[in-house]
Design a protein around this ligand. Structure first.
Ligand SMILES: [Zn+2]
Ligand SMILES: [Zn+2]
Length: 476
């Protein structure tokens, strides 16, 4: 009998729910989310809560946004039938904008939860609702259950919340939901661009898996092959589904939701977002910070999809390079700038120059970016050591990365097949936004990605970046 990928993904999810494992990678991997349930109109969730012997909630707060109020009303009705009287808090947003996951939104929810004395928070929605609810429930030390309404991102089951603090995009550690419920009918008929965004977010796992491995090979950071394989299984299954008719007919394939849930669980198991967030996510965060604005095409996943094409093209360019063979000579002035450089012939910014550039690029949010950038800035001596280490491992690095990566053309074709944007113009962004992102996004986080790798090997000059953007196709 042919293997049913949906069944196999769901079986993997079931195996991991509520378990922990002492892995051969040396870490303990834990999933605190205990159940994932397909639930028409919230009736199973209401019944489950009513049937609890211990931990039965006394006061429930249901959080939603303008787009999920109808689904929230169905859930509230189902809860009412079971004797609960939940309060509903819609996240504040202006009429044509989506709610922003910032401190003000979080404070409003935190206050509402505290004021009602609630002991269970249910988030009805997708990205922002889920991020803000996870963070608020963690602050209030109460239980959180996600009621998912779209297969638009992979954060439902993760232990991080993507928030905006002081203008900087941050991922705070939070408690995962104890359970995720979703109505398959609601997911299937969510706006098609949300499913396309979810698929693009998932597609990033090819490049960010490679970034995660790079950080391991070059910096010695923790990496787990088992989690890397799980992440690959999730994305491979979703990719196999793109040949089905569902995307064409505007519905969401059931596998996409399962794949996103598994991807979120991998982050929870790793204890960080590294398996699911690399340079392509930094590019998306960069646009959130420097070109804010919502609107249909600016979903997190849509932006990440463009970031995937850019970082994939960068990988392809780097793969064609020879092992770095410049003679590193620290302290030798660069002819153009007169500053000491690590690699002869390649201009490297000094710390003062980098700070000035970050201030010009990020404005009032630059201080928090500078804090991150400082953590990975290298002195000339450190740069020499870094290049030597990379040169030493060059062949092994590419041997390891080759099976993880897909070609940029293939990734672009997949994005197009599901109706996701493939150019910055489709996001309402211009060429300058792409150029700036490629130059500056890597400084947003201390995390090592292919953007840093390119800089380390001296392949990140303006000419290099221009060629990468050209090859990525995102400007056309
Ligand atoms: Zn492991
Ligand atoms: Zn993402």
């Amino acid at each position: 009998m042919a293997c049913d990928p949906s069944t196999s993904l769901d079986r993997v999810i079931d195996e991991w729910l509520g378990t922990s494992l002492d892995c051969s990678c040396g870490r303990r991997h834990e999933v605190t989310t205990r159940s994932v349930v397909r639930d028409r109109r919230g009736e199973i969730l209401a019944a489950d809560l009513a049937g609890r012997e211990a931990g039965r909630p006394r006061w429930i707060l249901v959080c939603c946004d303008a787009n999920t109020q109808t689904v929230a009303a169905q859930l509230v009705a189902a809860l009412g039938c079971r004797g609960f009287d939940p309060s509903v808090v819609p996240l504040p947003a202006s009429p044509d904008e989506l709610p922003v996951p910032d401190e003000a939104t979080l404070d409003a929810l935190h206050e509402a939860g505290g004021a009602f004395g609630c002991d269970l928070l249910i988030g009805v929605g997708s990205g922002t609702v889920n991020d803000v609810c996870k963070a608020a429930a963690t602050r209030l030390s109460i239980e959180y259950i996600a009621y998912a309404t779209a297969a638009s991102m992979n954060g439902y089951t993760s232990t991080v919340a993507a928030l905006k603090r002081g203008g900087l995009k941050v991922t705070d550690p939070v408690e995962a939901p104890t359970a995720v419920y979703y109505d398959p009918n609601v997911i299937a008929h969510a706006p098609q661009e949300l499913a396309a965004a979810g698929f693009a977010d998932l597609l990033s796992k090819y490049v960010c898996h490679a970034d995660w491995h790079l950080a391991h090979a070059i910096l010695g950071e923790h990496y787990c092959p088992r989690l890397g394989a799980l992440s690959a299984q999730a994305v491979d299954t979703a990719v196999a589904d793109t040949s089905s008719d569902e995307y064409v007919s505007g519905t969401t394939p059931p596998n996409l939701m399962s794949a996103l849930l598994l991807s979120g669980m991998v982050m929870a198991m790793a204890g960080s977002s590294s398996p699911a967030s690399g340079g392509e996510h930094l590019i998306s965060h960069f646009w959130d910070m420097t070109r804010p604005g919502s609107g249909g095409r600016r979903w997190h996943g849509s932006q990440v999809g463009i970031g995937v094409l850019i970082t994939s093209a960068l990988y392809e360019r780097l793969r064609q390079m020879d092992r770095p063979n410049q003679t590193p000579r620290p302290g030798v002035p660069d002819h153009a700038t007169g500053h000491p450089t690590a690699i002869v012939g390649r201009s490297t910014l000094t710390w003062d120059e980098l700070q000035a550039g970050l201030r010009a690029c990020f404005g009032h949010t630059s201080e928090s970016v500078i804090d991150q950038a400082r953590q990975k800035f290298l002195s000339p001596d450190q740069r020499v050591a870094r290049v030597a280490r990379i040169a030493d491992r060059w062949d092994t690095i590419w041997e390891d990365l080759r099976p993880m990566l897909k070609s940029t053309d293939e990734l672009r074709a997949l994005l197009q097949r599901v109706g996701a944007p493939v150019t910055v113009g489709e996001l309402g962004l211009d060429t300058r936004a792409a150029i700036d992102a490629l130059e500056w996004a890597r400084h947003l986080r201390a995390r090592y990605t292919v953007l840093d790798f390119a800089a380390d090997v001296g392949a990140f000059t303006p000419e290099d970046r221009e060629a990468v953007l050209e090859a990525s196709g995102v400007l056309s």
